[in-house]
Design a protein around this ligand. Structure first.
Ligand SMILES: Cc1cc2nc3c(=O)[nH]c(=O)nc-3n(C[C@H](O)[C@H](O)[C@H](O)COP(=O)(O)OP(=O)(O)OC[C@H]3O[C@@H](n4cnc5c(N)ncnc54)[C@H](O)[C@@H]3O)c2cc1C
Length: 504
């Protein structure tokens, strides 16, 4: 493997694939690096779709909907830019081959998601994320972009406030390696997965890139804003996409009564469901009036998921749901060009805070952000003519001894116990509703868990494809993120969007 690249992108979700594809011009060497198989990111699970507006009037409404949904905790210019570029993002995706659902006349089909004044979400049945990822992956292969799979980001190489590369654990060999690059792009996803057992995210969505940014002195912003999606299946927490409500699905309580306008923004709908559950009600998604044919045409995946994981036929039965941690609005602070404060180091997609989503993300805006800012950052990388060479840095030896330490120490506690305790603390004290005392307890308990973590290590000392060390490293990052999240939540005294403060 050539370990000097023009651009390395850390993450192979929709943000990373977009940036990689755009950065690959001429003979530029571009690598997309991921801790899993390149095609198995969180992005593949996106169902509902991607937002866009076509003309000036509808773009104005789109901008206003996004600002309103963020509760004004946003950069209006960044939002305007994203919305203005939205339709060209759809045509770009369409041109590279994404099979969007179309109407009989060949025009794009759209649906209306919560918090939106119009029907502006473009989709590919309810497989939107998967179809985009697979199409982009094929295009990247054709463009000769290198994919480095099973490389776990450990650290950055920074000299004089300029990025020079990054340090990874090669998961297949447990060796620590350095990769140099003139541009480094964080596209490493969000952190809602740290709410283990109460999240729609995959278990490895642990905010690794955000934690590495923090360890390297970068600023994190809006960390307290975690979106709880209204409709996850009770038990499995698998998401039932907003397309269910967009297609006319109702939310009813145990008395079969509707209690909220289902197409309000997610923060309001989740709060209403939370209040019902607090009153002892069960809450159900009612799709019975929609009919098998419509369900099967626009939500085949959701029908299948409900059948497989809850044994419920949504066309004829009620499906019990509850809110679950779904999306992290906060992250690595960047400007509207995806730039961090380290030269040639960027952050895009869910790991970044571009100040688009603020206190509550609008459904369909995450994929759009990934594509629009992925293109912006990819272009900046493509035009950077500086060449990086090998540099002296003590980061390699530091990370090697950190990994050696993990293999040589003896465990004092089973680290999975720490992981379970962390998710219980987050769900109890830093969930939908938070209060001052609870947040103080959470921070104290997280600090104690951090001490336990620092003492312990893994039991499985096998060097090679050892997934236990990955889980262990992810837990280290989760603890850092949890502390940031709870600390930011304590500082934010008011209720705003997804952050609901109670005076208990
Ligand atoms: C079930 C579900 C449905 C959704 N539906 C929609 C929708 O319809 N519309 C919408 O707009 N949004 C939706 N979202 C949100 C959206 O899917 C995500 O916000 C978006 O896909 C994130 O993309 P990303 O490229 O930033 O990161 P991800 O897709 O999360 O990719 C992260 C990448 O980083 C890599 N990585 C992470 N840590 C490391 C590390 N330490 N070392 C190396 N690599 C690392 C991973 O391997 C992965 O390749 C949904 C989310 C979920 C969970």
């Amino acid at each position: 493997m050539n370990s000097i690249f023009d651009t390395i992108v850390i993450g192979s979700g929709i943000a990373g694939l977009t940036a990689g594809l755009t950065a690959k011009v001429g003979d530029k060497k571009v690598a997309i690096i991921s801790k899993n198989k390149a095609t198995s990111s969180q992005s593949t699970q996106a169902q509902g779709g991607i937002n866009a507006s076509r003309d000036t009037a509808s773009t104005e409404t789109f901008i206003n909907d996004t600002i309103k949904s963020s509760h004004n905790i946003c950069d209006n210019k960044a939002i305007s830019f994203m919305c203005e570029k939205s339709y060209s993002a759809i045509t770009w995706l369409n041109d590279i081959g994404v099979p969007f659902s179309k109407l009989q006349d060949g025009s794009f089909a759209t649906r209306r998601l919560g918090g939106s004044k119009s029907s502006r979400t473009y989709y590919s049945s309810d497989w939107t994320g998967l179809k985009i990822v697979q199409t982009m992956f094929d295009n990247c292969i054709k463009a000769d972009i290198e994919f480095l799979e099973f490389y776990y980001l450990l650290d950055l190489i920074v000299i004089n406030d300029t990025i020079k590369g990054a340090i990874f654990l090669d998961i297949t060999t447990s060796k620590v390696v350095k990769i140099y690059a003139s541009n480094v792009v964080f596209a490493s996803g969000g952190y809602a997965g740290i709410y283990a057992n109460n999240t729609t995210n995959s278990v490895d969505t642990t905010g690794d890139g955000v934690a590495v940014a923090l360890k390297n002195g970068l600023k994190l912003t809006n960390m307290e804003f975690v979106q709880f999606h209204p409709t996850s299946m009770v038990g499995s927490h698998i998401l039932i996409s907003e397309s269910a409500r967009a297609s006319g699905g109702y939310l009813v309580n145990s008395h079969n009564k509707r209690f909220v306008d289902e197409l309000k923004p997610r923060d309001e709908v989740s709060k209403a469901i939370y209040e019902q559950i607090e009153k002892g009600q069960n809450v159900y998604l009612d799709m019975r009036h929609i009919g098998y044919e419509t369900i099967n045409e626009s939500m085949p995946q959701e029908r299948e998921l409900a059948l497989k994981f809850a044994n419920i036929k949504i066309e004829s039965e009620l499906l019990q749901i509850e809110p679950s941690a779904h999306y992290s609005m906060g992250g690595i602070s960047v400007n509207a060009q995806g730039k961090t404060t380290i030269k040639n180091l960027y952050a895009i997609g869910e790991c970044s805070d571009t100040k688009i989503h603020g206190a509550n993300r609008l459904g369909g805006n995450s994929l759009l952000e990934c594509v629009v800012f992925g293109i912006v950052v990819g272009k900046l990388c493509a035009t950077n003519e500086q060449k990086t060479e090998e540099v002296k840095s003590d980061k390699l030896s530091y990370n090697k001894s950190m990994i050696d330490d993990i293999f040589s120490k003896n465990p004092t506690t089973n680290f999975y116990d720490i992981k379970n305790k962390l998710s219980k603390i987050l769900n109890k004290y830093v969930g939908i509703v938070r209060d001052e005392k609870g947040l103080e307890v959470a921070i104290r308990k997280i600090n104690q868990l951090q001490k336990d973590y620092d003492q312990t290590t893994i039991e499985d000392k096998h060097r090679g494809f050892n997934n236990t060390i990955v889980k262990f490293l992810e837990l280290g990052n989760s603890l850092l993120i949890a502390n940031e999240l709870a600390t930011s939540a304590l500082k934010r005294k008011e209720t705003v969007g997804s952050h609901i403060r109670s005076n208990r």
